[in-house]
Design a protein around this ligand. Structure first.
Ligand code: ZN
Length: 467
């Protein structure tokens, strides 16, 4: 029997709110100065009491709705997760254990176990040449969403895709920047392999701060597990880190079981009866078009799945594409042309400067000029670059730069007649039904005109001459 891989994910996302989870300190992760956004509550001074950030609760409920999970509208509560570490001033973290805000749901076909709300820890720093650990409490107490999947993922790609789709969802909902490199979204993977129906011993891999890291770490672990087992060894239940440089996981510590945290209901916070909070009642109406809905709709335009993915990922570029298509009266060739230009030429032109905006009308005019053969595709690229950098109408730019292709029938007819008399065999082939010969003749026409002829006009003339 083959080894079967089983993976479950735990994903944390820092929520975008004005203030921290349980106090009025600012939620501003970009703050450069350490220990600025702190107050007696998030620094756990004696006698202070937490209050719940409604905005954070609302964010998690909207995620739950998008996933199709059950929202704990009747009852929910926060718990204390007890552990002692300097990044956690109270000596415990306020989290949710028994009654998470969301239970169940699905993303990318993968079952979600739960989504709950907790608070983030401080950030530890180590400086070269100094042996001390430095702590910045700006992050301590930021609202953190944790999503846990069922152990139903079977390979690295599936895990990576799940994380990518979740990132999109969080961004669409506006609940988190979900930038992995910046630690706004952090993935942990629980991995095991087994030859039987029973799960193997699982290992948790942390510090995965890119989608590539998620996938590479899983592939590495699966291989390591199989090698250990095949060598007669045993997998130890532990937490491992991912080393980006060596592309290897390494042992960090033996894994605690949940009872080690001595969870108990947080006595300083009220129980949550969310169905009594008016602003949580019609949240479904606040959901935007979701990433998978947008993807499905865009694919119906007849564009490639790669292009659709680009338009799902970048809402700005996707919206530009949609505005363009509205003006193309459903002409599929033009829609495809638009999609190609936007995903290749336009995106590389805009890369350095996201601020550059392009006028929809100008872009559509350029598409039509290309489609009719008035300008060559090479010419269109040049025009596009000018429009993006300096603006202006594509017609004017084509005129100024002599990029219009020759469409003068009388002039081109002379060239075509010459070509036909120079290539009697090809002409005869075409008349005999060999359609491909026409392409050769058009090629000759382009050559003879020094690349300035409109190939569409050439085609029409040749077809007429050879009738
Ligand atoms: Zn505070």
């Amino acid at each position: 029997m083959e080894y079967k891989t089983t993976i479950g994910l735990e994903i944390h996302a820092e929520l975008a709110t004005k203030t921290k989870m349980f106090c009025p300190s600012l939620n501003y992760p970009d703050e450069k100065r350490p220990n600025v956004n702190v107050c007696p509550i998030c620094m756990a001074h004696p006698g202070t009491l937490p209050t719940i950030n409604k905005e954070a609760v609302k964010h998690v409920l909207r995620v739950g709705l998008a996933l199709g999970g059950d929202l704990a509208m009747g009852f929910s509560e926060f718990d204390r997760k007890n552990y002692f570490y300097p990044d956690i001033p109270k000596g415990f973290q306020i989290s949710q254990f028994k009654y998470p805000l969301v239970s169940g749901g699905k993303l990318n076909g993968i079952d979600v176990t739960r989504v709950h709300l907790e608070e983030d820890t401080a950030k530890s720093y180590h400086f070269d040449g100094k042996k001390d650990t430095y702590l910045d409490y700006n992050r301590a107490g930021l609202p953190l969403m944790e999503l846990v999947t069922e152990p139903v993922i079977h390979n690295a790609r599936q895990a990576g895709d799940f994380a990518r789709e979740l990132q999109l969802l969080l961004r669409y909902l506006g609940v988190s920047g979900a930038n992995m490199e910046r630690g706004q979204m952090r993935v942990e993977a629980n991995i095991s392999v087994s030859k039987t129906e029973q799960f193997g011993t699982k290992v948790e891999v942390k510090n995965l701060n890119s989608f590539k890291a998620v996938e590479h770490a899983i592939d590495y672990e699966v291989k390591r597990h199989i090698e250990v087992l095949e060598g007669g060894g045993e997998i130890i239940q532990e937490t491992r880190g991912w080393d980006e440089n060596s592309q290897k996981t390494f042992s960090q510590r033996a894994k605690e079981n949940s009872h080690d945290y001595r969870y108990f209901p947080e006595p300083d916070l009220p129980k949550l009866k969310l169905n009594l909070v008016p602003e949580f009642q019609n949240l479904k109406a606040t959901l935007p078009e979701l990433p998978w809905e947008r993807r499905e709709r865009l694919l119906r335009f007849g564009i490639t799945s790669e292009a659709a993915e680009i338009f799902v990922e970048s809402v700005t570029i996707g919206n530009f594409f949609e505005k363009v298509t509205e003006k193309l009266s459903g002409k599929i060739e033009l829609v495809k042309l638009a999609s190609n230009y936007i995903t290749s030429d336009l995106m590389s032109l805009m890369k350095d400067d996201q601020e550059k905006s392009l006028n929809v009308e100008d872009f559509v005019a350029l598409l039509r000029m290309t489609d009719s053969g008035e300008v060559s595709s090479r010419g269109a690229k040049d025009i596009l670059a000018v429009i993006v950098n300096d603006g202006g109408s594509p017609k004017k730019i084509a005129e100024d730069r002599g990029l219009f292709q020759k469409s003068d029938v009388t002039e081109l007819k002379t060239i075509c007649q010459e070509i036909v008399s120079e290539n009697p065999t090809v002409a005869a082939d075409y008349r005999g039904g060999k359609k491909a010969s026409l392409q050769f003749l058009i090629g000759q026409g382009m050559k003879k005109s020094g690349g300035s002829a409109n190939p569409k006009v050439l085609r029409d003339i040749f077809m007429e001459l050879l009738q």
